[in-house]
Design a protein around this ligand. Structure first.
Ligand SMILES: [Zn+2]
Length: 378
């Protein structure tokens, strides 16, 4: 990105009534950290100069060279973090087209890093040492230990410690003599995209990484991009649901379902029409599963919820709302019905530490009860 593009985006959100020259000066003042006894080279520039940096009619190479010794991204991080939350969120939205892995929590760091890179590029500093790449035979890149330090943990969490490549699933760690050591390579997915962007990196086992880097073709690259998108989407799903703790008392429901003997279950006496009206025809296996659970368990689950609410051991309406809100958030994220079902079950299971099949019964109950999935419009 060019400096003038960067400055224009920031100006559209942070201007706060300032002129473009003042604003641009403010940006520069907030990316440097000059000791008191050193002449601040940003202050030496005139306002018209800043205006032409902003408009892109004058190159920033000169000022970038002048100040590069005192560039301090942390100052810029504080500058951005000092803004109101809503402003940071607007900034994040404005930059997401350029940096897919920007989010509300890293906006300040990402902006600071971007600004720093723009300045270093302008000053003709080839690459920040932190993102040095080690070239291997094929010309493809394996990333240095420093990239591992920066992204390793997040990539390992994202892949849940297992190699995400097709037909692999090997652990990305080795256990020996009671010690655990990590065993993975951070791999650049598309060599034509920036090597230090989280969205373009994936943690693979050393074998898969080597094979991929040595002999990837377009098809394999596309496949790896799809795998990465899945991982990102899964992580975002967890984030969407992480803020809703399951209403207290729900674990009792699960326990009671589990304690009800099969012979005591009274199957539903009517066809669960809502399910057919809400589960899309292409999601047949989800339909079959939910239908079986609803037919067998709907009256029992309904009874348990009623009874526990009456005994004030559970607040049924708030729990309904939770399920519904989670459903809406996942739907708005663009997840498919099976993915939504899976995410809701996972949410319930991890919050209650209970069995997944019991949670599937409860979520199926809510589909029939119309809290989850919308009626199919024809
Ligand atoms: Zn592997």
């Amino acid at each position: 990105m060019k400096f003038s593009d960067f400055a224009n985006i920031l100006y559209s959100i942070l201007a706060d009534g300032k002129n473009t020259d003042e604003f641009t000066q403010e940006l520069f003042l907030n990316i440097v950290d000059y000791p008191a006894d050193v002449d601040n080279k940003v202050e030496n520039r005139t306002l018209p100069a800043f205006k032409s940096y902003f408009n892109g009619t004058r190159s920033i190479d000169g000022i970038a060279k002048d100040i590069n010794k005192y560039i301090e991204p942390e100052v810029f991080v504080s500058y951005i973090n000092g803004l109101p939350e809503g402003t940071i969120s607007n900034l994040c939205n404005a930059l997401i087209a350029y940096i897919p892995d920007i989010n509300l929590y890293n906006t300040a760091e990402v902006c600071a890093d971007m600004f720093k890179k723009i300045l270093f590029n302008a000053a003709n500093i080839k690459k920040n040492k932190k993102t040095t790449l080690i070239e291997i035979e094929s010309g493809a890149c394996a990333l240095s230990d420093i990239i591992k330090q920066r992204y390793g943990t997040r990539l390992l969490v994202e892949s849940k410690g297992l190699c995400p490549n097709d037909n692999c699933c090997r652990p990305l760690y080795i256990n020996a003599n009671g010690q655990t050591d990590m065993n993975y390579e951070i791999t650049q997915i598309n060599p034509n995209l920036p090597p230090d962007s989280f969205a373009n990196l994936i943690a693979l086992c050393p074998d898969c990484s080597k094979r991929y880097l040595l002999a990837k073709d377009d098809e394999q690259m596309n496949r790896m991009e799809i795998i990465k998108r899945h991982l990102i989407s899964e992580a975002e799903t967890i984030e969407v649901l992480a803020n809703t703790k399951v209403e207290e008392g729900v674990e009792r429901v699960l326990r009671k379902i589990s304690d009800t003997p099969m012979m005591k279950l009274i199957p539903l006496s009517y066809e669960p029409v809502s399910l057919r009206e809400k589960i899309l025809p292409e999601n047949r296996s989800l339909y079959i599963k939910a239908k079986a659970y609803v037919t067998e368990y709907y009256p029992a689950v309904h009874g348990i919820f009623q009874q526990l609410s009456k005994e004030r051991k559970l607040r049924f309406d708030p729990f309904c709302m939770q399920v519904k809100m989670n459903y809406i958030n996942l739907r708005d994220k663009g997840l498919t019905q099976p993915e939504i079902f899976e995410a809701l079950v996972e949410w319930l299971a991890s919050n209650t530490n209970d069995r997944k099949d019991l949670c599937e019964i409860v979520i199926s109950y809510f589909i029939q009860k119309c809290e989850v999935f919308d009626a199919i419009t024809e």
